[in-house]
Design a protein around this ligand. Sequence first.
Ligand SMILES: [Zn+2]
Length: 397
Amino acid sequence: LVDFCSLNRIAGIVIYGFLRDSHGGIEAAQELCRYANERGVRIIPGIAIGAYGGVYWEGDHQYNLSTWLKKNPQFAATMEKGVGFQLADLSFPLNFPHSDYTVSACPSAPETIEWMEEAVSWLAETFDIGGINIESGDYGVCGCDRCVARRKNDAEAARRRDDHGDSWSHTDMAENFPRLYRAAKAKKPDLWIYCEMQWDNLLDPVASDAQTSLPPGAIYQHTANRSFWNRLRTELKRDYVEALPTQPNVLRCQFACQWNGDERTERYALNARVFADMATVADKVGMDGLTVWGEVSSYCATAELSYLAFARFCWDPTLTWERFLDEDLAPRLGGVEAARRFVEIAEEIDANQTLPVSRLAELRAKTLAASMAGDGEVARRWLTLGEQIARREYMGA
Ligand SMILES: [Zn+2]
């Protein structure tokens, strides 16, 4: 992944679960940072305030949340509801089992934020990271008396009661983010500190008073699910972005990945057009960047070509789809006609959750013939598309 980013001028990689004993703990994380820095790629651990396992995702470590809460059970959050939620743009509900990974701490306990602050300082001084992505955590909100009294935010409480509503508190984020931002910057002034503004609220912020206190210079990341992106495409304007209390701002795509779509999700789809579109519109409205999900290996050609679109259109938002096809896809797929055919086939299988087996067989035969006709990487790309179609055939739709 680092090599891919370096070759294609993708600036950084956010990693949730950056520190875990089963992946080699501190030493493995330091080695990863060294490898990435040598190649000009920023490693950016993703953390949440009082959730997502703390700074040390998994292991018997003082900055692991579950370890800390076992020693200090009085700081555990009193959750408003169980962990899990339903995204309007995903066909099934998300439920997370209760475990050491899903515990949360109460953000109104001063000890929680002191502990987080200390952990973030340690993170910034122990590893050659390039930034930190900070969320409020979407496992839910602490409903203890102190938290309810402190927030006094009826608008966001109402949103959380909605079935498709928020599982986080913007007020908690706005109150606690600045301390973690300062703790990290004090150790490494060059860090990119992302502040996750959570999703689908860019056009109607619910805690704008609290948000005016957010420090300039952090990177304010606004996440969009697919339906909300469809609104942003036409409703978001440059003067609105320029007047936001938080600066600078970037978009985060919450679809074109496992978090949106029908039962297949959009994880293995050809998402190249989506990324091209988002990068182009983001640039037009004054957003300074775009983040996308990158969990699928670039071995799979639909993912590889989607990441490539992300890289190219973010680097040059004036790029057109036709030029991308000619310059980037054609040499990778066996010529411009082949590239057009690849996109057509991939988009047909993505657009139809079910297809007759006879049609799938026809498309599989075409892709495997193109694979046979190509060499090396060209063959591999067609093969992985053919393999995706063969799975559908095997399942009967
Ligand atoms: Zn609380």
